[in-house]
Design a protein around this ligand. Structure first.
Ligand code: NAP
Length: 272
């Protein structure tokens, strides 16, 4: 045990059970293993072979997974499948008080679902690492980890989990789930939407890129690297996203109208 930099609480090495071993679950597991935590996984797809290579026990059956001695159950499923996945788990099989953590890119939805399905004696920490396998491939230093301690009684276990990110140099941002969703709708959802629009237009790098255009090409690539499930989850399960999509549409229309007005002014000037 050692001490956390941000608190005087002792830290513990954790046994972390990962639910949803897709791109992001695998990405997080690698750092957790590097730090000496024990991980095990369950997922819809059979990842036995990959898990064997990573030395992570893989449970095809969720019951022995729940009965394994987990300090933390880390939910890494898609936003769209969260309710289905949690409702299909026989949570009464949990043998001990456990900390449930989610990493979904929206926050009110998992907070509400977790509070609804979990027995009252389970702790809940909602997090959103604001980075992914691409932006975090060279380390997590200065990348934000947003979190809300929704229901935490075992502070040592929760601090030990947060320390995984803290010790990699993440910027730790404590914020309510509601505030997260408000800000994310106007930032992350907007950048994903514009990236998807650029992909729809089929923009490609040219031999005469400006720096700004290069930024757009990168935005398109980063938006389309994430699954469409992730993007649609940002829209469907963030109650602030629909308004931002309307703002985007209205702003596009306003800019277009200004251009058309200017063009017609110029044309009437040149016709006199
Ligand atoms: P994703 O497409 O959002 O989620 C893929 C995961 O969801 C896989 O583990 C997949 O399981 C599982 N899944 C999808 N549909 C399912 C269903 N019907 N039933 C059971 N499981 C289902 O891609 P991701 O990038 O791995 O993201 C995982 C979570 O992390 C998401 O909630 C996302 O918002 C969050 N997150 C992602 C990033 C990122 O950069 N990628 C960053 C921060 C947070 P199988 O693999 O077994 O099919």
């Amino acid at each position: 045990m050692s001490s956390s930099s941000s608190s005087s609480l002792p830290l513990q090495t954790l046994k972390i059970g990962i639910v949803g071993f897709g791109t992001f679950g695998q990405f997080l597991a690698k750092t957790m293993i590097k730090q000496g935590h024990t991980t095990r996984a369950t997922s819809r797809t059979d990842y036995s072979q990959l898990c064997h290579q990573l030395d992570v026990p893989f449970f095809r059956d969720v019951i022995p997974f729940l009965e394994a001695d987990n300090d933390v159950i880390l939910i890494c499923t898609s936003i769209l499948s969260l309710s289905e996945v949690l409702n299909s788990m026989p949570l009464r099989r949990l043998k001990r008080h456990t900390l449930f953590v989610d990493v979904l890119s929206v926050k009110e939805h998992p907070r509400n679902v977790l509070l609804q399905v979990l027995p009252e004696n389970m702790d809940v920490l909602c997090t959103h690492p604001m980075f992914g396998p691409e932006s975090g491939k060279n380390g997590w230093k200065d990348l934000p980890l947003v979190y809300e301690k929704v229901r935490v009684r075992n502070e040592t276990r929760c601090s030990s989990f947060l320390h995984i990110f803290e010790s990699e140099g993440c910027r730790m941002v404590e914020m309510s789930c509601e505030e997260h969703d408000k800000v994310a709708a106007r930032s992350q959802f907007l950048s994903h939407s514009i990236g998807r629009i650029l992909a729809e237009m089929g923009i490609e790098s040219t031999s005469m890129n400006t720096k700004s255009f290069e930024t757009l090409v990168k935005l398109k690539e980063s938006a389309t690297n994430d699954s469409f499930d992730l993007f649609s989850g940002l829209f469907i399960h963030n109650r602030f996203a629909q308004q931002e999509l309307m703002n985007l549409e209205q702003s596009f229309e306003k800019v277009k109208q200004r251009l058309l007005k200017k063009m017609s002014e110029q044309q009437s000037l040149s016709s006199v």
